[in-house]
Design a protein around this ligand. Sequence first.
Ligand code: FAD
Ligand code: UDP
Length: 368
Amino acid sequence: MYDYLVVGAGLFGAVFAYEMTKKGRRCLVIDKREHIGGNIYTEEIEGIKVHKYGAHIFHTDNRKIWDYINKFAEFNRYTNCVVARYKDELYNLPFNMNTFNKLWGVITPAEAKKKIEAQRKEAGIITPSNLEEQALSLVGRDIYEKLIKGYTEKQWGKPAKELPAFIIKRLPVRFTYDNNYFNDKFQGIPVGGYTEIVEKMLEGCEVRLSADYFSDRDKYDGMADKVLFTGMIDEYFDFCYGNLEYRTLRFEHEMPDTDNFQGNAVVNYTEYDIPYTRIIEHKHFEFGNQKNTIITKEYPDVWKPGMEPYYPVNNDENNALYNKYLKLAENKKNVIFGGRLGMYRYMDMHNVIEEALICVGKEMEEAL
Ligand code: FAD
Ligand code: UDP
């Protein structure tokens, strides 16, 4: 009946379905949630676009991807400037001259570099082999203790020594007074929210919601020539080699009795003892003047079956297990695995779009 069954109406599934439908292929998209969009889903409440699954800021260095996403929405000029709160001290993130000035009173880049260099030397790390060593060698002990260790260990539920170094390299370190959280050339928030983008992508194809692939996989497999699966790859193979590790989050949405709760879209809580990692105040993504405000606290937790797997934990052990699943996946000629869960990779939205377009390209090549 269909050329493709697309399991998952998140960004990967939506880009794939959009491109394939444009090329004349019939796609059926299913999602076990009651809405489209996966984790980029936004819902309007009190005139505010609420990012129901955590703050989503679109950013990319790739002109092609920026032009691509701009076909589906107009983007505002929002630049993510995160404030970090450690006890009652506030610091600017990412690590930049404002952070260094507040922490050490240094004024010039040369003074800041000298301070970091001294702490780096003291730590004595030559080749960083984990997140703690990477952080110490990038920014020194003071920043590590106040702004990284507590946040990281509650976010990932492991000592920073047991985490891969690449995670902390996501954050820029710069010697200018620039609080932009990202280095990318292009950045913004879609006017109208992310859900509208995915709605546009899925316009031409059939979508069934509250439809879990695993509730009747034989039926679903029988409906299409090929399957694109964007759920958990280990679940697809019945966890036959054991469970991959994920991190889950609990989102607590509140409407405090004020029109401006924290004066910024994102405030990180970097002490270990505060159980949430950050508070998002959604109206500030769109410079909103609504009379109410909505905030979301993000509580990280160990993933267990039945919970949403928000983050793959890409350490060596899990990556090795994933490679075993990948071997099984390579033998499944009529199934494609895509997205953050299907590829078990910590990807941002721009990476997901890029990967989905590569996947479409491969499909078209094979069809020739
Ligand atoms: P998902 O959005 O997870 O979609 C997969 C879909 O598959 C889901 O809707 C799920 O319900 C469905 N599904 C799974 N199993 C089944 C099944 N058995 N049957 C039917 N349906 C199924 N990226 C950025 O670029 N900028 C940011 O600021 C940013 N912030 C983030 C903050 C948080 C808290 C998180 C968790 C992620 C963030 N990301 C950010 C990453 C971004 O969310 C992902 O890159 C993107 O949403 C991944 O899309 P996807 O389609 O791969 O996965
Ligand atoms: N991080 C930190 N302190 C912060 C913010 C981030 O130590 O205040 C670390 C933490 O380990 C986190 C990583 O940097 O997992 C990447 O941060 P990012 O904001 O990119 O995380 P995401 O938005 O993907 O949750």
